[in-house]
Write a protein that binds this ligand. Structure first.
Ligand code: NAP
Length: 269
């Protein structure tokens, strides 16, 4: 009866991870959302799970106390253990139009500072808060896996190959999140943990987005993808569906062995 926590399971990739894990009646899936009541897609997935094996819980990764409270609820339900933690939450929405800004495109350093600090709190500290909250349970679990859903946009070699100057706040803070993964891998190696980062590839999550993309966001995305395709002619024309991406993410996750701890894997294509 493997137990999973998906932190950030309300929408997009995280929601699909919850859905696909719950399709196996042997699994119990604890999914967090910042506001469960308003997470209509997650509520639907939980209701439609044939095995009734999805439990929804409320936490904001910026608030480490909320994650500790959720970990206590999970411990009560499982008898104190957890097998797999999947940390998926990330700051992807920038209502102010700064999502695609490169370091040279911010209107002011004050705006850049604010944005980087907010992104750091969610994308970097958020991962530490998650692991810290669930580590006591994971230590008592049978699988000892910590998976960080990451991005090639936070990997130096990929950023250089694609000349990805855009998405500066996101990329820098997801890069730091990859380092969080490596630091925990080093700390927990002797205890038999597998700690790894997996990128879901380029995924169209618009079907569960809070709001449709603005014209500016679509133009920024097109500019970025156009250049990537120019540099990497084999890069796929279309993004993956959440279903396609998560199928591969879970295949990668299930294939990981002890020797793979501290690695970054990606779903390319
Ligand atoms: N989509 C892609 O093409 C792509 C590519 C590479 C990597 N990724 C990675 O895949 C993961 C999911 O991305 P996505 O595309 O599915 O994004 P998304 O649809 O915007 O979903 C983001 C998720 O993060 C949660 N979240 C945001 N801020 C949070 C906070 N402070 N506390 C708790 N949860 C929070 C959201 O919950 P709420 O509903 O509460 O806002 C939502 O569940 C991210 O780690 C991202 O870096 C995505």
């Amino acid at each position: 009866m493997p137990t999973y926590v998906v932190v950030g399971g309300s929408r997009g990739v995280g929601l699909e991870i919850v859905r696909q894990l719950a399709a196996d009646p042997e699994n119990t899936v604890f999914a967090t959302a910042r506001n469960v009541e308003r997470s209509v897609h997650l509520i639907k997935v939980a209701q439609e799970a044939l095995a009734k094996n999805v439990v929804t819980l409320q936490a904001d990764v910026v608030d480490h106390r909320s994650l500790k409270a959720v970990a206590e609820q999970v411990a009560v339900a499982t008898g104190g253990s957890l097998d797999v933690l999947i940390h998926n939450a990330a700051k992807m929405d920038y209502a102010n139009g700064n999502q695609y800004r490169s370091l040279t495109e911010y209107d002011s350093m004050d705006v850049l500072d604010t944005e980087f600090i907010e992104a750091f709190k969610v994308n970097t500290l958020g991962a530490i808060h998650s692991v810290d909250a669930f580590l006591p349970l994971l230590r008592k679990g049978s699988l000892k896996r910590i998976i960080i859903i990451s991005t090639g946009g936070g990997e130096r070699d990929i950023v250089w190959k694609t000349r990805l100057a855009e998405t500066a706040a996101y990329g820098v803070t997801k890069c730091a999140e990859n380092m969080v993964m490596a630091k925990y891998a080093a700390s927990l190696e002797k205890e038999g943990f597998i700690v790894a980062a997996i990128s879901p590839g380029n995924v169209d999550v618009s079907a569960t987005a809070l709001s449709p993309p603005t014209a500016q966001q679509l133009a920024d995305l097109e500019r970025t993808m156009g250049r990537i395709r120019e540099l990497l002619p084999n890069y796929p024309d279309k993004p993956l569906t959440p279903e396609q991406s998560v199928k591969k993410v879970l295949e990668i996750m299930n294939s990981l062995e002890l020797k793979d701890t501290a690695t970054f894997r990606g779903v390319w294509g």
